[in-house]
Write a protein that binds this ligand. Structure first.
Ligand SMILES: [Zn+2]
Length: 362
């Protein structure tokens, strides 16, 4: 058996044939767009290392949320850059904090938009660490108390989903308990369940939230990137503590972890395609080494193929626009374009490349 009974190329002959047997789809439904909100008015300043993404004042954030909603993107993930910081991150749970005001404004203007908030101390601490520091170490339990306060303040401002990012033990339990106690039974928790200590966050911290750590690193709470069995324990614990959605971060170097989690857990699974992953592809395409749009699609589909339901990505807006284009090969227009229809004339030696494939690599 085998060859020539089976020629796998038969099913790759043209665009429609490939479309019929394609295993993984990509839709705007899958996307979450991260957004950075700053103080001020009329601010829309591009973040150089995550080009195409911006620091937005609340008024401009609302405009952006409307635009994303019009593109069909169901959710945004908010990061706040406050003016003032201290060593206990008190600004993070202030009712009139930058994130709380931003959530209110977006929910008022675009009520259907699912607003997810990043819940951590690091954007609000002077030292840039994710917790309260005692004797040079992040004290876990005092930190989770603050994490729960932050989450509560976001939900009270109107956030639909809180996403605790600090990798403190027991933080999901602390948040769930606090939310239940205050009657917020419907609030969703998206846990950064397996978040790795990764060099790929650099553009985010340096230019995105502008909160690099003043000393040390984050390896005492974020996961060692050499481990994946441990990730299963992290995820299992977060589910047990009350997480509704689990997340793995970063995405592309960690698709084995995504796949393992998909096989093992029935919970909705998100991946965070982080700033460094975005920046690598961006920089390479700017240098003429890669086609941005083609590699973007490959990256996003890879996340879905590995098993992610939700893809948080700086590409989300770009990808939503691409998906809406008639030339996007996965949405080939009907009836078949003339050039596509003659694919039957291809013999075994034909390249079998449709004009639509060429289009996407323009
Ligand atoms: Zn943090």
């Amino acid at each position: 058996m085998g060859f020539p009974a089976h020629r796998l190329r038969r099913l790759r002959k043209n665009g429609n044939m490939r479309r019929m047997v394609r295993e993984t789809g990509l839709s705007v439904d899958d996307f979450v767009q991260p957004l950075f909100v700053v103080e001020g008015q009329g601010v829309r300043k591009e973040i150089a290392s995550i080009a195409g993404n911006y620091h937005l004042s609340i008024d401009m954030l609302v405009e952006e949320a409307k635009e994303l909603g019009d593109l069909g993107i169901p959710a945004i993930l908010l990061f706040g850059i406050p003016n003032g910081k201290d060593d206990k991150a008190t600004g993070a749970y202030a009712p009139d904090g930058i994130v709380q005001r931003a959530v209110k404004a977006v929910k008022h203007a675009v009520p259907d938009m699912v607003v997810i908030t990043d819940v951590c101390l690091c954007e609000h601490t002077t030292h840039g660490h994710c917790g309260i520091i005692r004797n040079g170490y992040i004290a876990n339990d005092p930190t989770t108390e603050i994490v729960a306060k932050i989450a509560l303040s976001h939900v009270e401002a109107g956030a639909d989903i809180v996403a605790p990012a600090g990798m403190m033990d027991g933080q999901i339990r602390a948040i769930r308990g606090t939310l239940e106690e205050h009657g917020h039974h419907e609030a969703v928790i998206m846990a950064y369940a397996a978040k790795y200590a990764s060099g790929l966050y650099e553009p985010f911290f340096r230019h995105g939230t502008q909160s690099p750590v003043a000393f040390g690193d984050k390896r005492s709470h974020q996961m060692d990137f050499a481990n994946s069995t441990e990730a299963m324990r992290e995820i299992a614990l977060d589910i047990e503590e009350g997480a509704d959605i689990i997340m793995i971060k970063p995405a592309l170097f960690y698709l084995d972890v995504v796949y393992r989690a998909r096989e093992r857990f029935d919970q909705p699974l998100a991946v965070y395609n982080v700033s460094g992953e975005y920046a690598m592809i961006q920089a390479a395409s700017e240098a003429g080494r890669l086609d941005f749009e083609a590699v973007m699609q490959e990256a996003l589909v890879s996340c879905r193929r590995a098993g992610a339901d939700i893809v948080i990505s700086y590409y989300a807006k770009d990808a939503a626009r691409t998906l809406g284009k008639a030339s996007y090969p996965w949405r080939a227009a009907h009836p078949l374009p003339a050039a596509e229809a003659d694919a039957a004339s291809l013999d075994g030696n034909g390249r079998g490349v449709s004009p639509l494939d060429v289009e996407v690599r323009k």
